[in-house]
Design a protein around this ligand. Structure first.
Ligand code: GLY
Ligand code: MN
Length: 481
């Protein structure tokens, strides 16, 4: 945890935004997989972590604005719990680490809110995203489940977003730790990727790198030779010569801060000329976007700059045609770049996505419904203290190409005959994390090898390896790629 003063100061700042009422922050509970005691790895709610820092289940935080007091409600362990889980600090001892002296058992939480409901006090809470939290709020606030979901407090959402969007120095340090481990995760993959190895083996080694650093992953690893599928979590393929391998993976620190990076790596030691052409267009888009990052600029404009860079490169290769500004305004480039350039990042890899993109990434503006732009999570004007990803990509999605071609979509801008030559090419993405500073931006973490020369130079160091697998009778000797 950070120093207790950090949590006290964060709560004081929040409290000062309200003239009265109660702010209610349910922490997350354990979540069962296949029977009650066999649970998914515990992940605390990020806003709870931000204001209370306590990274364990079955807690609720309350800020009483009228009385200027903060509470942690939770139960101490019973002797049965201690037999199975070992002794743990009491709730009071733990709450002290978050600067809180008022603690009470969960049974009192119900009495506290029964009284608050009777007194018709205004009670603010954030949109719940877990079923058990909805049920807890339903019990506490005496409202139907639909009403619980619909009555989340816009005032609280906006206040939390204002605070969490601007990263403090201690948060930036934490994100940098995650970023440095994330670079190591990607270097690990670059050294392993070769013909004969499996996606699962690379994914496992990447995950191990995060675990060995006492962290974990900030989202399920994407480690795939089928990079055209944006969120491909299947790891069942064996890598083959001539393919590209896409890794999208990030570390999460023990305090819950995320990093998120993507690399595209040739399975062989070098990229083919055809791969280089597409890779360099993505890299140009990446560099143009990074160059443009600064406060006062709308991220939507930087996204469109990346889109134009991609469309220009594809036009030079003969895959697109016509006026590029018109093509991008119409959304024709989205055949190849159907997603957003990046997103905010912090305690969540897509920061505060549970609070609503219109507040977090768009500052109350309406998001475009155009294909491509509708998937841009961040569009707002950038401010110093924002942390975000830059992740342009070029994807050849066979089903999308076939559909647009059959429908005759954007025939003024897309040269389908040439695109068909790339129908099975796959996908390329490069992603890094940046802090918006007063002057411009700063890369978070060590630089990730990105240029063709940098990636190939790591691959050239690869040695022959003997891979042992449970499903092989004899060890498979895999030649250097
Ligand atoms: N790294 C996964 C994503 O940004 O969606
Ligand atoms: Mn990302």
């Amino acid at each position: 945890m950070f120093d207790s003063k950090i949590y006290s100061d964060r709560r004081q700042k929040l409290l000062a935004e309200f003239s009265g009422g109660l702010l209610l922050f349910p922490g997350n509970n354990e979540s069962s997989m296949n029977y009650a005691d066999n649970t998914y790895p515990f992940r605390q709610d990020s806003t709870f972590l931000y204001y209370f820092g306590l990274n364990f289940p079955e807690l609720t935080g309350v800020v009483d604005v009228d009385e200027g007091k903060c509470f942690i409600f939770g139960d101490d362990l019973t002797i049965d719990d201690i037999v199975w889980m070992g002794a743990q600090p009491t709730i009071a001892q733990r709450a002290q680490k978050a600067g809180i002296t008022h603690t009470a058992p969960l049974a009192d939480l119900h009495k506290y809110f029964a009284k608050a409901v009777t007194q018709k006090r205004s009670i603010h809470y954030l949109p719940p995203y877990r079923a058990d939290t909805k049920i807890q709020l339903h019990g506490l606030l005496a409202k139907g489940l639909d009403a619980i979901t619909n009555s989340a407090s816009t005032e609280l959402i906006k206040a939390v977003v204002r605070q969490r969007n601007i990263k403090a120095s201690e948060e930036i340090l934490e994100i940098e730790k995650a970023a440095n481990i994330t670079v190591d995760m990607h270097l690990k993959a670059m050294r392993m990727v070769r013909p004969g190895i499996t996606e699962a083996e690379v994914a496992a080694a990447v995950h191990e790198q995060a675990l060995a650093a006492n962290g974990d992953i900030s989202f399920p690893i994407i480690a795939t030779t089928q990079g055209a599928t944006l969120h491909n979590h299947y790891h069942g393929n064996t890598l083959k010569s001539g393919e590209l391998f896409l890794l999208d993976a990030g570390c999460e620190t023990p305090l819950g801060y995320a990093a998120d990076m993507s690399s595209t790596i040739p399975v062989d030691k070098t990229f083919t000329d055809r791969q280089k052409d597409i890779y360099n267009i993505t890299l140009n888009a990446h560099n143009a976007a990074v160059e443009a990052l600064k406060p006062g600029v709308a991220f939507k404009e930087i996204h469109l700059l990346a889109a134009k860079t991609i469309a220009t490169g594809l036009e030079e290769m003969g895959l697109m045609k016509g006026n590029i500004d018109d093509a991008v305004a119409a959304g024709a480039h989205a055949l190849f770049f159907p997603c957003g350039l990046g997103h905010l990042m912090g305690l969540d890899v897509h920061d505060m996505e549970n609070l609503g993109e219109e507040y977090v990434g768009y500052h109350n503006e309406k998001k475009s419904t155009q294909f491509g732009l509708k998937s841009l999570r961040l569009g707002r004007i950038l401010e110093p203290g924002f942390v975000l990803t830059i992740e342009p990509g070029i994807y050849f999605i066979p089903e999308l190409i076939d559909m647009w071609r059959a429908e005759g979509r954007f025939t003024d801008f897309v040269n389908y005959e040439r695109v068909l030559e790339y129908r099975d090419f796959g996908g390329i993405r490069n992603e890094e994390d940046f802090l918006i500073t007063e002057e411009g931006s700063r890369l978070l973490g060590k630089p990730l090898p990105k240029s063709i020369a940098e990636v190939e130079s790591i691959k050239k160091e690869q040695k022959t390896k003997v891979l042992l697998r449970l499903d092989h009778n004899t060890p498979a000797k895999v030649p250097p790629s």
